[in-house]
Design a binder for this molecule. Structure first.
Ligand code: NAP
Ligand code: ZN
Ligand code: ZN
Length: 359
């Protein structure tokens, strides 16, 4: 079994965006040699999150310190452990593991101590397009190997396939966390806005948690799918009658939309004391009328992925209820095409890259 001293820097093959907005192309690089608490993962699958597209096109420039190219995106990673550092206790060779949106944090601040590493008050080290604690760029999962501290990896339940489980690492936990935080369950009316990668996981999870689920999609094209995924109701937001009919209906609205949208219209769909949680991350700011909030004591909130403990809880919940993502597996050579299809909302409901096609 390889140990820390036997391993040198890990040669890795992947796909990178060479500059902002340029098509992704093959890219070779090295990952750090294994430290005492590191595991080496042979990546099998990596989901394509809309955030990968925002970042590869540098659409969040205003909100980020820097955008680092070449950029290897990918934070919905699943694979098999192939080596472990000398002091690793949580994983062994052969284990099915995953990595989500971050790979380290300060570990000592109040947020980290509360298992909310995604809100680390010092620095969350994102899986790609970030710098690790040594200042080196991080590279994501559109690649064949990954090195990560065992404390920032997740265990994939045995009964879940690694392709369908990959999107749980971002899309799954991004919806699970606010559903739990705002108490979705029996007796609660939950609306999911946007039936894409995040949205379809929200429908499955909210339904399994026992909530009454409504999908608000741009059209009725995905209605049959929506019902199959577990929604009780389905409405088109292109039809103005939807907003009249559903006024004052929901305890909780999870808004996953990546583009421009009038949030005021959706706030009007909340019940007294209802909350709309923004998880979609559009490029441009949105304007809100005070009246959209005051009339029904409405709350507008945001939520970002989930911590390691909650991500593991979500994976175990999905294992128990046999929940995975509805996926279309693509070879890595088709990644640019897949991006275009995501932008057209032409995905049912997550693209997952088969990393074996890199070899
Ligand atoms: P996605 O698969 O593209 O889904 C987004 C869905 O939103 C689309 O399928 C579409 O659904 C709807 N939509 C898109 N453009 C719209 C527009 N202009 N007006 C109305 N509806 C529109 O993307 P995703 O991977 O789920 O990600 C969604 C957003 O969440 C992205 O901005 C992403 O960066 C962000 N995100 C945030 C977090 C977090 O932690 N907060 C984590 C991951 C991703 P319909 O066809 O049903 O209308
Ligand atoms: Zn993501
Ligand atoms: Zn911290």
């Amino acid at each position: 079994m390889p140990n820390t001293s036997e391993l040198i820097a890990v040669k890795t093959k992947g796909y990178a965006a060479p500059t902002a907005g340029a098509p992704l192309a093959p890219f070779s690089f090295e990952r750090r040699e294994l430290r005492e608490h590191d595991i080496l993962i042979d990546i099998q699958f990596c989901g394509i999150c809309h955030s990968d597209i925002h970042q590869a096109r540098d659409e969040w420039g205003e909100y980020q310190e820097e955008c680092i190219f070449p950029m290897v995106p990918g934070h919905e990673i699943t694979g098999i452990v192939t080596a472990v550092g000398d002091k690793v206790t949580k994983y062994k060779i052969g284990d099915k593991v995953g990595v989500g949106c971050f790979v380290d944090s300060c570990r000592t601040c109040a947020a980290c101590k509360a298992n909310l590493e995604q809100y680390c008050l010092v620095k969350t080290v994102w899986t790609y397009n970030a710098r690790d604690n040594e200042g080196n760029p991080t590279y994501g999962g559109y690649s064949d190997k990954f090195v990560v501290d065992e404390n920032y990896a997740l265990r994939i339940p045995d009964n879940l396939p690694l392709d369908g489980a990959a999107p749980l690492l971002c899309a799954g936990v991004t919806l699970y966390s606010p559903l739990r935080h705002w108490g979705a369950g029996p007796g609660k009316k939950v609306a999911i806005v946007g039936l894409g990668g995040l949205g379809h996981m929200g429908v499955k999870l909210a339904h399994t948690l026992g909530a009454e689920v409504t999908i608000l999609s741009q059209s009725l094209k995905k209605q049959a799918d929506g019902k199959r995924l577990g929604a009780d109701h389905f409405y088109a937001t292109s039809d103005p009658a939807t907003f009249e009919k559903l006024e004052g209906s929901f305890d909780l609205i999870l808004n996953t939309v990546s583009g421009e949208l009038d949030w005021n219209e959706f706030l009007g769909l909340l019940r007294l004391n209802g909350t709309m949680v923004i998880v979609g991350l559009p490029e441009k700011p949105h304007s809100i009328a005070a009246f959209s909030l005051t009339g029904g004591r409405h709350s507008l909130a945001g939520s970002q992925i989930g911590g390691i403990k909650e991500t593991q809880e979500m994976l175990d919940f999905c294992g128990t209820h046999n929940i995975t993502s509805d996926i279309e597996v693509v070879p890595i050579q088709k990644v640019n095409e897949a991006y275009e299809r995501v932008l057209k909302s032409d995905v049912r409901y997550r693209f997952v890259i088969d990393i074996a096609t890199l070899k």
